[in-house]
Design a protein around this ligand. Structure first.
Ligand code: FAD
Length: 514
């Protein structure tokens, strides 16, 4: 990529000037990818304001982040050291079905399908007959996560054991700094300053330049709005509205607080349900990230803060920091010559760690559809169609966690009583009655993800697939026990998570600060 100055007019034959507004995780991931993939014919400038800062959360990921790193040629262990990362095999949900109950949504497979018939059909028959344990007994990631062990690559004991997929927990501030260095080394130009004014073409409405408080003008052809919840360009200048989903996802506030590091950091994120929301715990090498997501209609800020601090593993390192949000999405994530990425494009609460993944898919869509100076409405429509589909399917998955609960508090009763999106209602019904789950199109969460959450929160299907109904009971019992034994023996050979990190990607101590 050319590193020429991007300000000023480039004319129709000059390089395509891409301006990224905002330098949080979204801005720097976008700039890093554009810097890496685009060669001559493009310039990339990123504008960020240290005075405004970033949202400062967003530290748990899903395994797809490894594809991003691999595509950019980022070494996993170097990245882990630079960001104080730990490994993540699963999310543990505590108290989501009933208070005190727990289950994991683990990455990777649960059990093994037999011919045409998915494992979960055998499991649900086994469950009804009293032969099967919790579904996590048949998932290697779940067993390793609960044992606090970690391993990468080929299994050690048997070809019948699958590899464990993994993701990371990392420090969001260190991640942005890491990507900044990466992007600048590839020609991305950074401008520090607050965007005070947005210039637009009088006829088309397209943005022509951003004017910083210093008076500096950054001209461009394509603008990527990564200004976070503000959505300065997409919402402000371009007027793309917001589709509000708070009737399905009514939590509207969060409090984030770091706590001191613990010795045996778990290889999983924990999400614990509380009276009017839930609390996350994300272990990093140098500290633990915690936060309470809650619904202001059912609790107060003071009560949420008190309960958050009362449920930490170690002393808090700062005062809880408030964040407010409205769940939903931009009506159009691409409008005119502006594409919104990250929080500027919408927000789904971080229950399944999907936001950073959504940044990744937005970047991939931008690169696939890479607009030139002449941008067509057909390309915008396709982008927005894919964006909407992806957001709606993840929204349904998150609503599922809230809806299928047996908790006593008024907030949870309201979640049980809410009118569901039809797409979700049909899915739950199909599983409850027949044990069927189908992935829709290329939605993010597949059958195994839906199964773990529905089963984990207490739905046992009334019947199974015909093939699973005909298997001999003794054979079914033997099959389930063999799988569990195979996976347990494998995991016993894995090192403790903390030892694995020390061996491969231990980071220098930072003094425990957030
Ligand atoms: C409570 C909470 C928990 C979360 N947890 C997770 C998680 O575990 N996993 C996950 O994947 N995601 C999570 N997310 C989402 C994740 O934090 C975001 O997707 C990610 O951080 C990207 O944010 P962003 O870059 O879009 O916005 P921000 O971090 O807010 O960055 C916005 C940027 O725009 C700049 N800016 C804004 N206005 C101006 C202006 N006028 N002039 C110049 N610059 C400007 C800011 O300075 C900043 O650089 C969470 C979000 C919340 C709210």
């Amino acid at each position: 990529m050319s590193s020429t100055e991007t300000s000023g007019s480039a004319g129709p034959s000059g390089p395509l000037r891409i301006v990224v507004a905002g330098g949080g995780t979204a801005g720097w991931m976008t700039a890093a990818a554009l810097g890496h993939f685009l060669d001559r014919g493009f310039t990339v400038t990123l504008v960020e304001s240290e005075e405004i800062g970033t949202v400062g959360v967003g530290e748990a990921t899903i395994p797809q982040i490894r594809m991003f790193n691999q595509a950019l040629g980022i070494d996993e262990d170097a990245f882990s050291r630079a960001t104080q990362a730990t490994f993540k095999l699963a999310i543990e949900f505590v108290g989501w079905g009933r208070p005190g109950e727990r289950y994991m949504h683990a990455f990777g497979d649960v059990g093994r399908d037999v011919g045409l018939c998915a494992f979960h059909h055998y499991w649900s028959r086994g469950r009804r007959l009293g032969l099967a344990g919790p579904h996590g007994d048949y998932a290697i990631n779940d067993i390793a996560a609960r044992a606090g062990r970690m391993h990468r690559g080929a299994p050690l004991t048997s070809r019948n054991v699958p590899e464990m997929p993994h993701a990371f927990h990392f420090d969001a501030g260190l991640y942005a700094a890491f990507l900044r260095q990466f992007a600048e080394a590839r020609g991305v130009v950074r401008r520090e300053g607050k965007i005070g004014e947005v210039r637009q073409d009088a006829q088309s409405g397209d943005i022509t330049a951003l004017v910083l408080a210093s008076g500096e003008e950054i001209a461009g052809d394509l603008f990527i709005d990564c200004t976070g919840f503000r959505g300065l360009l997409i919402g402000g200048a371009m007027g793309s509205g917001y589709v509000d989903w708070s009737h399905w996802l009514p939590c509207d506030r969060a409090l984030a607080v770091p706590s001191a590091r613990v010795e045996n950091f778990t290889p999983y994120t924990r999400a614990t349900a509380h009276d009017a929301g839930w609390q996350w715990r994300i272990p990093l090498q140098h500290r633990t990230g915690n936060g309470r997501v809650y619904c202001s209609a059912f609790t107060t800020d003071e009560a949420a803060a008190e309960s958050l601090l009362a449920h930490l593993d170690a002393p808090a390192l700062a005062d809880p920091r408030p964040i407010r949000f409205t769940t939903g999405r931009r009506a159009e994530a691409w409008r005119g010559n502006v594409i919104a990425v990250g929080l500027a494009s919408g927000f789904l609460e971080p229950l399944e760690s999907t936001s950073i993944h959504l940044i990744q898919t937005a970047i991939s869509r931008i690169l696939k559809l890479l607009p030139g100076k002449e941008q067509t409405q057909a390309a915008r429509d396709e982008y927005n169609r894919q964006f909407t589909f992806e957001m709606e399917r993840i929204r349904d998955f998150i609503v599922l966690h809230y809806h299928v609960n047996q908790r006593p508090e008024p907030f949870w009763q309201a979640m049980r009583d809410m009118a569901l999106p039809d797409t979700l209602k049909d899915r739950i019904e199909l599983f409850r009655t027949n044990g069927h789950i189908f992935r829709h199109g290329d939605e993010l969460f597949g059958e195994v993800g839906w199964f773990q959450v529905m089963a984990g929160q207490g739905i046992v299907p009334e019947r199974s697939h015909g093939l699973a109904e005909t298997i001999d009971e003794a054979d079914l019992k033997g099959y389930l026990e063999t799988l569990n034994g195979l996976y347990r023996r494998e995991v016993e050979r894995y090192p403790a998570h903390a030892d694995f990190i020390a061996r491969h990607c231990g980071a220098p101590a930072l003094g425990g600060a957030a």
